[in-house]
Design a protein. Sequence first.
Length: 444
Amino acid sequence: MYVTLFVCSIVFTLWVASKRRIPMLSPYGIFLAFNTLYNVFPWLANKFDLNDIFPLFAETSVLNTQLLLASSANLCFGLVFLFRFHRVVLIAPPGTLTSLRRRNFVLLTFPLFLATCLLSAKYGWHAYTFAISEDAESLGGLFTLTAYVKYCFVAVYIYYLYRFDFDRWASVLLAEELIVMVVDGGRTTVFPITFLTLMIVYDRFAAKSVRRKVYIGLALAICASVLVRSFVIHDESFALRVIAPVSVEGMMGAYPSLQSIYAISHGQHPAYTYGSSYCVDPFFWLLPQGQMRDQLSFLQGWVRSILPAVPDTQFAPMGGFYFLAEAVAAFSYFGPALVTACFAFALVSIENRKNKHRLFYLVWTSTIGILFVKTIFGNAFKLFAIEWLVVLTFVLGASIRNGMVTAGLTKSRWLQQHYLSRGGTDSPAGTVAIRLPNDGKRCT
């Protein structure tokens, strides 16, 4: 029964996507894909008795409750897009700028790329996970600094897309982001911008053949990321190495939600956040990683309250996270439907106005829009806030530069008019040749 309800909810969201002409290469498709992943694999783990290490996979009632809550989330998500009148809006390209300025921007940001690689090699995600497993109290500010530098470098790429669009120099920046991912060991920052890039390419071409190639490229990228592990790790059979990245993401991402549901269903009285983890925790996430932030976090207060009630030694034992866990922590069983409806309303509003607020849209989509379903909201908001501040700094710098050029051009024209009004025939010595920022024409 519960599986049937969940399948029906998936079919409903697909029908809404067809009716509203919503491409799967969108935040809508991302939400649907991960909402399916985080429910199918725990159910499969239960059916095939894969509960030797994590006992909650054997709790059929907990799994059925999660399927029911996920079905309610899918229903609310689809209804908002259906009746909120989602419109098909293509991402508009920016104005044409010279190739020289594009190249110079990439060259000027190259030192930041080197700094990001150097910091990530010593204080990146792989080093952080090792350090926290050894001694969480030993973590220093360099791990936070490294994370912020990575976010700044991601913001460089987003600003390039905003100012210059996707081209060969954007490909260079994206390749640098992939190098940082390999050095750092984390995929949270690279996955959203790669998906955003494919969305932009998809919108640039109306031909079905080209869009089909974009989907094929996405499928190949996913397969490549999965197969890389199978060739690097040799302690398992090839089939297990291939399926492991997807299955681990599906099962371990959903495990926190299973822990939350188990604590509620067994008569405990945990400290519900009542939405504080969405309104207050994002500001605590801007603090350095460590115990201070955990003590202030409302979501961590929920975790501390339920740990004695669950048959596990820690919450989210392998680091994955499914938004259902935070939604349940906020409003119990009503949380998934309510939180999903609010997210869907925000998503539709921003999608319909993507070209009116294009810079905001690019930053939102590459953070909260894509990561909401698979990341703690405070973490997604932190990514958004840092990248938004960095791109605004770039915009301010470009405005100041253009203002200085405009002021110099105005002064030059005034000197020329003043000179000609007094009977001059040639350009005065005080005028200079200025290259306009947009069209490249020279004026004296």
